[in-house]
Each structure stands twice: as C-alpha cells, then as structure tokens.
Write a protein that binds this ligand. Structure first.
Ligand SMILES: NC(=O)c1ccc[n+]([C@@H]2O[C@H](COP(=O)([O-])OP(=O)(O)OC[C@H]3O[C@@H](n4cnc5c(N)ncnc54)[C@H](OP(=O)(O)O)[C@@H]3O)[C@@H](O)[C@H]2O)c1
Length: 434
C-alpha cells in the first residue's frame, strides 16, 4: 500500500446508527496518531456528528469531512484513493455498497464492513476477487457481531488443537450462550426485509442450505464432496430425526440447543476461513452454530417461531406488513441507555481430528458486556488498526483479496481483549453424556 494516502481510515456511512457508534469508538479509543475522516452523503449530518465528537475527546483532532454525492464507482474511487482502509457502514449492502467494494478492489484500498448478507458477499467475491488480488486490496466483509465472533472462536479453538496435538479439527459446535439485546437497528431490519426483495427464493435457499457457499475452493453448486474430502456426517454427536425436526438437542457443556437466527451467515464465513487454509483447520472441518436455551420446550418454541419468520419473509405481502410493523426505521436503533445491560456470549467446542481414547477438545469463549452494536463498532474499528499494523504479515499468510475476520490474527484478538472483549480458549475433557 502506497504510503502517500492522505488518511489511514475513512469511515463511510458515519451518520448511520452503526457508523456513529464506530466514529465515537474511533474518537475515544483508537491511537491518536491515526489520520481519519468521516464520509457520507449529507454534509450537515456529518458536521453535527463531528461537532458532537469535539465535545467527546479533546486530545484527538476531529476528523475531516468528505461528502460523497453518489455511491457510484467513479465517485467512490476518488474517496477510496485517499485512504489506506475504508470502513463501510452503508447498508443494506446489497442495495448500496457494490460500487464501494468495486472502487476499493480497483484502487487497491483495503475495505472492511459489517454485512451479514451472504448472497451479496457471494456476489462481490465472484465479481471482484480477481481484481482485488491484482491490486493488493484486502477486503473483509462480515466483520460485525454477526460472523466475526464465530470466526474468531473457531480460529482460536483450532489454533489450540493444532498447537497441542498437531492436528486439524473434525467439528466445532458453537452456541450463543447468553444474549441480552435491546433489539435490532432500523438499518438491520431494513436489510433483513430487503434481502428477500432483491434475491430469488432459490438464491436465498442455496445460501441457507449450503454452509460452504463462500468457501473459496467451491464458489459453485454444492455437493458434499466438492469442497475437500469430507466425512459424510462429521459431527461426533449425531442428532436423531426427532431432534432435527424439533430443532432441539443437547451437547455436553453447551446444554440444550436450538436454532439460531444468525447461524447460517456465520457458518458460511467460518467455512470460508477453513476453506482458505484447510491445512490449518483440517480437511474434515465443519462448524455448526446454535442458541443455548434453558429447556427443550423453549427451544422448540424458538425453532417454530424462526420457521414462521422465514415463511413470512418468503412472501411479499407478509413482508410488506412486517416492514410496516418494524420498531425502528433506518438511521435509528436502541438508545445507549437501553443497551447498557446487554450481553453477548458465544461458546464453541472443537473436537480434534485425531481419534484418541481421551477425546481431544478445546472450549473457546467470546463474551462482551454492552450493546451488540457497540461491539460491532469495536470489531470494525479495531480490525482497521490490526490491518494497518500487520498488513504485510496478513498478505504473506493469506494474500490479498477477500479475507475473513480471523485472518487478522493475534494482533486483532489482542486489540479486542484490550477493548474489554473477553476471549478465551482451553483444553477440556469429555464431560456429560454423549
Ligand atoms: N452483521 C452485523 O453484525 C451488523 C451489525 C450492525 C449493522 N449491520 C448492518 O450495517 C448496515 C447499517 O446498519 P445501521 O443500523 O447503521 O443503518 P442506518 O442507521 O440506516 O445507516 C445507514 C447508513 O447508510 C447511509 N446510506 C443509506 N443509503 C445511502 C445512499 N444511497 N448513499 C449514501 N449513503 C447512504 C446512511 O446515510 P444517511 O445518514 O445520510 O441516511 C447511513 O449513514 C445494515 O445493513 C445492517 O444490517 C450489520
């Protein structure tokens, strides 16, 4: 990356709900020598954001303001050429952000976002991966509360198993162990509802059913053997048809588990990481994610509720009604006050590939006490610093192109821990029933 760029970081979409939290976090917590700017379409909104930040931190100079008249590729290219890393919180991503990725890929600008839109990620990888590799741009989509924690705990659990037993991982079962959230922002709701307007039912189904949809070795229709040689049923704990039908089962140490709304996008990202470096994760690696519940009954009810939600989202008339009923509109979200008691904890158990009398397992955890959008802001901003700090190492290990949050490695994990994210991993024995 040329050192001639005017800024280290430009935050595009800074006036939105997530963008504003990210701007606040950069102001309060990133190194003060970072040169940065906020960008968006509305000059007066950007100005009032900067005025607010002035009162927040006196030791840091306030960011420059860059107004982008339209999100067209030429316009965003001019912006992208000014910065080393572009952080993008303009969503719904499938609707607005394709030219942003195109501009970054073409200008060799590193790019990080917080999308959870798997079909869109697939589109941009197919369209721009070759260009990004050529120009040296590192593009990391899905670096928010959705996907980044999953990707990071799968990575640290695998790393421990590699270190202790020198082998890959057979399967990882993860669960959202604790979730107290004040609810989704207007932008997230608009994104979830808009996705089904934009993509066909077939494309959505493919993304939901194929956990390897983003795996680099097969951005093509899924058959069980096309990614790399896989176990037909890699999970050591095989579920009965009844458990699959009700959505509820249990797993030692993780307890009763049910369907999780964010599991599929997260699985797609983790499997991309594993597909990029199968010699590290293991050639039989698989990752599944669930939600922990207090009792099987609650689990069944959640499973049914999510099945109904999927059904309602699939039909345009019910989607229209849901849009009318949404609590927050784009640009807004839960108040800071209401998110104070929020908690997010993800746990994962990884089973080593090598069979042994004493099962070889690792337990990894990722916990944050505070709002999940606040966590997203931390994940996004700290990813930019990790990328700026370790650019050469990251390129050496993974090359340029479309990477995943875990590619940011130890530098990123350490930065997150300093930002009060509790991340841990340890060996465990096999406790509880099979
Ligand atoms: N997966 C995750 O973990 C995660 C977490 C948080 C957010 N997200 C995603 O992040 C996205 C943003 O969420 P949010 O709640 O922050 O949304 P938001 O409050 O509605 O903010 C959207 C931002 O995009 C800008 N924007 C919208 N249309 C634009 C256009 N045509 N040209 C230029 N700028 C435009 C808005 O600018 P104005 O202010 O000028 O309107 C605003 O800055 C959503 O897609 C959401 O799903 C994902």
């Amino acid at each position: 990356m040329a050192n001639t760029r005017q800024y280290d970081i430009v935050l595009l979409g800074a006036t939105g709900y997530t963008g504003k939290l990210t701007a606040e976090y950069i102001t309060s917590s990133l190194p003060t020598n970072i040169k940065w700017a906020v960008a968006g379409r509305n000059q007066s909104k950007l100005q009032s954001l900067v005025d607010e930040m002035k009162s927040q931190n006196s030791t840091r100079s306030t960011p420059d303001i860059i107004t982008v008249a339209s999100l067209s590729t030429p316009e965003v290219s001019t912006l992208a050429k000014k910065t080393k890393v572009l952080l993008n919180t303009v969503g719904p991503y499938h609707q607005y952000s394709t030219p942003v990725v195109e501009a970054c890929a073409q200008t060799g600008t590193h790019y990080i976002d917080v999308t959870g839109e798997t079909p869109w990620i697939r589109d941009i990888i197919v369209k721009y991966e070759a260009t990004a590799k050529k120009t040296g741009a590192i593009i990391i989509p899905a670096n928010g509360v959705e996907s980044a924690p999953s990707d990071l705990i799968a990575y640290i659990a695998t790393r421990l198993i590699r270190k202790v037993w020198d082998c890959g991982v057979m399967d990882v079962v993860a669960s959202v162990h604790e979730l107290k959230s004040s609810g989704p922002s207007g932008g997230t709701l608009a994104t979830g509802l808009g996705l089904m307007d934009h993509y066909s039912a077939g494309a959505m189904k493919e993304c939901l059913q194929n956990p390897f949809i983003l795996s680099p070795t097969q951005l093509k229709p899924y058959t069980k053997d096309t990614i790399y040689p896989r176990n037909p049923e890699p999970n050591t704990y095989i579920r009965t048809p009844w458990q699959k039908w009700t959505g509820v089962w249990s797993y030692p140490r993780l307890g009763h588990l049910t369907t999780s709304i964010t599991a599929k996008p997260n699985m797609a990202i983790v499997h991309r990481s594993a597909g990029m470096t199968p010699y590290f994760y293991g050639f039989n690696f698989s990752y599944e994610e669930y939600m922990a519940v207090g009792s099987p009954l609650v689990g069944v009810l959640i499973h049914i509720a999510l099945a109904l939600l999927t059904l309602f989202l699939a039909f345009p008339p019910t989607r229209v009604i849901m849009k009318l009923l949404t609590t927050y509109k784009p640009g807004s979200g839960p108040s800071k006050e209401s998110t104070k008691g929020d908690v997010f904890e993800l746990r994962a158990i990884a089973v080593a590939e090598q069979l042994a009398k004493q099962p070889r397992k690792a337990l990894a955890t990722f916990r944050f006490e505070g709002g999940v959008y606040e966590l997203t802001a931390i994940l996004l901003a700290e990813a930019a610093v990790a990328l700026l700090t370790k650019e050469e190492e990251i390129k050496k290990s993974h090359g340029a192109g479309f990477l995943t949050p875990s590619c940011l490695g130890n530098e990123y994990l350490e930065r997150l821990e300093k930002a009060n994210v509790k991340i841990g991993v340890r060996q465990i024995g096999d406790v509880g029933s099979k």
